[in-house]
Design a binder for this molecule. Structure first.
Ligand SMILES: *Cc1c(COP(=O)(O)O)cnc(C)c1O
Length: 341
């Protein structure tokens, strides 16, 4: 029996069709820029995202890291969400490897960063301070798509303050599908954008960083330095291309599944379920600690995997189908009806 894995959309496995294009991919040494499939992916993604160039990276963490290192130098600062991946979940890479200081601030309830609060944190031009160079946003953030008007405001703000603007768009395509807009309606506001191929898009490995040509050349140097100069990477790039060509529109199914789960779980009095209209492929609920633990054990015995926490997050993705959603809701119902064997 195949487990129903709700821990993350990183758990997706390449489909047969994806494996087939991977196996047949033309390859070369990408450090020499000789890999035709990597080159095709980078050109395709540049067109899709509306930038001069993109670079294929080993992970989203690497894409964000080399992005920050390409925007900022030693003694510079970037402003970022307290719970943002580029601050909290990337090992402090920009500080460790780039001597770039993060200035975190709390996200607002809608996952934006208040531009008034950002403004307060921008350091004056004075010998005491780091130079504030960059503002990082995240879209989606905790599964929520950022409001489009906010993106325009943030871009105008950054321009006015002489800050570069980076988007951690690990799940950018979830926002695109949710809002029913062209990709560029979101990306055009940013100087650089990262995108994960290995989450809901279903590729096994890899991310992209997009920017202008000079920026991406700088990022290429940092990618090599951080161990990301891959050789016959076309095998992986083929999966990325397949993902971008086939797996964007279907994210709508994941969003529908998350909605069904949100509505279904809201029926159980012991759970407090977050209902946010900007949500895409995640469900968040809280319950008391003992209930959450018992629930996770109970579901685990039925091959339904969750990561229990103070807030528990369920993530839908392309390996969760309609029947799985029914099975998940049934298992919750059994648990709360008291049949906790
Ligand atoms: C997953 C994720 C990343 C990158 O993660 P990797 O595991 O390094 O690919 C970056 N930002 C956000 C918001 C993410 O969810």
């Amino acid at each position: 029996m195949q487990a129903i894995d709700l821990r993350s959309d990183t758990v997706t496995k390449p489909s047969e069709a994806m494996r087939k294009v991977m196996a047949g991919a033309e390859v070369g040494d990408d450090v020499y820029r000789d890999d035709p499939t990597v080159n095709r992916l980078e050109a395709f993604a540049a067109e899709l995202l509306g930038f001069e160039a993109t670079i294929f990276t080993t992970s989203g963490t690497q894409a964000n890291l080399i992005g920050i290192l390409s925007h900022c130098g030693r003694g510079d600062e970037y402003i970022v969400g307290q719970g943002a991946h580029t601050y909290r979940y990337e090992g402090g890479g920009a500080a460790v490897l780039g001597s770039v200081q993060p200035q975190p601030i709390e996200f607002e309830a809608d996952s934006t960063l208040s531009l008034a609060k950002v403004e307060e944190k921008i350091k004056p031009d004075d010998i005491h301070f780091a130079r504030t160079r960059l503002l990082c946003l995240e879209n989606t953030q905790n599964g929520k798509a950022l409001p489009l008007p906010y993106l325009a405001e943030a871009a105008a703000f950054a321009k006015g303050k002489n800050l570069s603007l980076h988007l951690d768009g690990a799940r950018l395509m979830n926002a695109v599908v949710k809002q029913g807009v062209g990709v560029r309606e979101i990306t055009r506001h940013f100087d650089s954008v990262s995108l994960c191929l290995s989450k809901g898009l279903g590729a096994p490995v890899g991310s992209l960083l997009a920017g202008n040509r000079a920026f991406i050349e700088e990022a290429r140097k940092w990618r090599k330095m951080t161990g990301g100069g891959m050789r016959q990477a076309g095998l992986l790039a083929a999966a990325g291309l397949y993902a971008l060509e086939n797996n964007i529109d279907r994210l709508a199914q994941d969003h529908r599944h998350a909605e069904s789960l949100t509505e279904g779980l809201a029926q159980f009095a012991a759970l407090t379920v977050d209902k946010n209209p900007a949500q895409t492929n995640m469900v968040f609920f809280t319950a008391d600690a003992a209930t959450t633990r018992d629930l996770a054990d109970f579901l685990g015995r039925r091959q339904i995997l969750i990561s229990p926490g103070k807030t528990t997050r369920l993530v839908t993705h392309l390996d969760i189908n309609d029947e799985d959603v029914t099975a998940i809701l049934l298992a919750f119902a059994e648990f709360f009806s008291g049949r906790r064997s």
